[in-house]
Design a protein around this ligand. Structure first.
Ligand code: AMP
Length: 214
């Protein structure tokens, strides 16, 4: 099964992807995680992406398409996965459609997570991420058992630079302008399934599952 997750930053895509991957044995492919790792390791990709990311801007489409092509279409590529954070622009979606056509393959489901923007700002400000295993916490709705420490791997929790208040508004504006048009782009495929994402992670997960397991 191949899934795309769409929805504004902070709506819970990463959390839901982690839960789905666990239950359905899929691989989560988060372009944000791949880029953050590249930045941390100071690779050429990371050097290029860093300036965009700290401002909450999108990394150029050509860079992203190259990255995704290398990740999805090689001999060791996963066969069952969730794309989390890609595509994020119409040119990225068009490029992805072309890649799938060339490889005689297709996406099965596009999950669209929806929530209002005040809730999203609140969630992003309270988000903390494990430096090591990338598990996502929320200080209000899903806090770690010990402050600052990951429940799963004891890794250190941190606040992403782009989860700070100044950058959040910018990311939301970019989402509305550049990513929301993807809902129209994919609407004719009949594969878009909407999930109301206002509830707790477990409540949202039940709604998410229902869209997948019919
Ligand atoms: P995320 O973890 O998905 O919120 O992504 C964090 C940051 O990585 C974004 O704000 C962008 O700067 C960059 N990024 C991740 N995915 C993409 C993408 N598909 N296109 C452009 N930039 C991306």
């Amino acid at each position: 099964m191949k899934l795309i997750m769409l929805g504004p930053p902070g709506v819970g895509k990463g959390t839901q992807a982690q839960k789905l991957c666990k239950e359905f044995d899929m691989k989560q492919i988060s372009t944000g995680d791949i880029l953050r790792e590249a930045v941390k390791n100071k690779t050429p990709l990371g050097e290029e992406a860093n300036s965009y990311m700290t401002l909450g801007k999108l990394v150029p489409d050509s860079v992203m398409l190259g990255l995704v092509e290398n990740t999805l279409f090689n001999d060791n590529a996963p066969t069952s996965y969730i794309l989390d954070g890609f595509p994020r622009t119409v040119p990225q979606a068009e490029g992805l459609t072309k890649l799938f056509k060339e490889h005689n393959d297709e996406i099965d489901i596009i999950l669209l997570f929806e929530a209002d923007s005040s809730m999203i700002v609140e969630r992003l400000s309270a988000r903390r991420t494990c430096k090591d295993c990338k598990t996502v916490y929320n200080l209000i709705s899903m806090p770690p058992k010990t402050e600052g420490v990951c429940d799963h791997c004891n890794g250190e929790l941190y606040q992403r630079d782009d989860d700070k208040k100044e950058t959040i508004q910018n990311r939301l504006k970019i989402y509305t302008k550049q990513t929301e048009p993807l809902v129209d782009y994919y609407s004719t495929t009949g594969k878009v399934k909407r999930v109301e994402a206002a509830g707790s992670p477990n409540e949202v997960y039940q709604l998410t599952r229902k869209q997948i397991v019919k």
